[in-house]
Design a protein around this ligand. Structure first.
Ligand code: NAD
Ligand code: UDP
Length: 317
């Protein structure tokens, strides 16, 4: 049977996750409209897609309304790294909240499914471990991470209310720390920081004593989960955790990256930022059951691919 070519809007499509998603959706035979204001994203991430007649790029800020006719919406627009989302916190929360209202209004008018890229940050500094979707979180409403965490929490509320009040077909995914090629080299996230430092034999900057933990998911696994979620029965709206349950301390991550790069870098310890979560690990029972999904790429394999990307990046820049 001939596959129907869907027209899909990806907000934040020039960013790290968005650019991979645009490429995957095009490869699956869809038409993709990538919308971005280039705050943290870059045309460089999608340059290779520009020749594709089924790819279209639109400069727009989702805090303003946007009108288009499409078949599906993935709402990813929002800076994700602490240094970027904290440099203009009011803009960050506007992007999450006003952006959600505008994109939900669009989905309501054209009656299409909309997927929200929510985050493990809705759990804050979690006291339940690992985190299940039923856990309500432990979030500081007035700290320096709040513009992001509370913005994303409010966006989830808006998604649920548009669903209950206006029958909008929603899908909420909670993404745990994701890494891979095309991460912004200077965005301050731990994987890109450590790899860039290791490849240049600079000191590896661990914040705190390195005993805090994270669970790192490779980009390809996340894309599989996102696409499965969009394709899942419309009665399954989430929220659903998408992450790799294998948990590592930040010190373990640093040591592994030093070993994989053969770096001469020394580790140095710097102050821990305020409200930095102590631990994070997704419970993915729901994703396994409802989406038949689990991550396949473990840390060593994913880091190797990411290190190769950053080696080329350094060589060519
Ligand atoms: P990113 O910063 O690389 O991409 C975000 C994109 O959104 C950028 O291209 C940026 O220019 C664009 N953008 C920001 N504000 C905008 C606005 N007002 N209007 C239009 N475009 C705007 O981040 P990412 O890692 O690709 O994250 C994508 C989404 O996934 C974000 O919503 C983020 O909160 C979520 N997420 C990411 C992670 C992760 O580990 N990377 C974890 C949890 C959730
Ligand atoms: N981190 C670190 N050194 C760095 C960058 C980050 O030790 O150069 C730590 C940070 O304090 C946090 C963890 O690594 O405990 C993950 O940070 P990231 O910003 O990547 O993600 P998030 O804190 O949002 O999970």
């Amino acid at each position: 049977m001939k596959r129907i070519r869907k027209k899909i809007l990806v907000t934040g499509g020039a960013g790290f996750i968005g650019s991979h998603l645009c490429e995957r959706l095009l490869n699956e035979g869809n038409e993709v409209i990538c919308l971005d204001n280039y705050f943290t994203g870059s045309k460089r991430n999608i340059l290779h897609l520009m020749q594709n007649p089924y790819f279209e790029l639109i400069r727009h800020d989702i805090t303003s309304p946007f009108f288009i006719e499409v078949d599906e919406i993935y709402n990813l627009a929002c800076p994700a790294s602490p240094i970027h989302y904290q440099c203009n916190p009011i803009k960050t929360i506007k992007t999450s909240v006003m952006g959600a209202i505008n994109m939900l209004g669009l989905a309501k008018r054209i009656k299409v499914p909309i997927l929200q890229a929510s985050t493990s940050e809705v759990y804050g500094d979690p006291v339940v471990h690992p985190q299940t979707e039923s856990y309500w979180g432990n979030v500081n409403p007035i700290g320096n991470r709040s513009c992001y965490d509370e913005g994303k929490r409010c966006a989830e509320t808006l998604f649920m209310d548009y669903h209950l009040q206006n029958q909008v077909q929603i899908k909420i995914i909670r993404i745990f720390n994701t890494y891979g090629p095309k991460m912004h080299p200077n965005d301050g996230r731990v994987v890109s920081n450590f790899i860039m430092q290791a490849l240049q034999n600079q000191a590896i900057t661990i914040y705190g004593d390195g005993s805090q933990s994270r669970s790192f998911q490779y980009i390809d696994d996340l894309l599989d989960g996102m696409i499965r979620m969009m394709a899942a029965d419309k009665s399954f709206i989430g929220p659903v955790n998408l992450g790799n349950p294998n948990e590592f301390t930040i010190l373990e991550l640093a040591e592994r990256i030093i070993r994989l790069t053969g770096s001469k870098s020394k580790i140095i310890f710097e102050p821990l930022p305020a409200d930095d979560p102590r631990q994070r690990q997704p419970d993915i029972t729901l994703a396994r059951k409802k989406l038949g999904w689990e991550p396949r790429i473990q840390l060593e394999e994913g880091l190797t691919a990411t290190i190769n990307y950053f080696k080329d990046f350094i060589k060519n820049n």
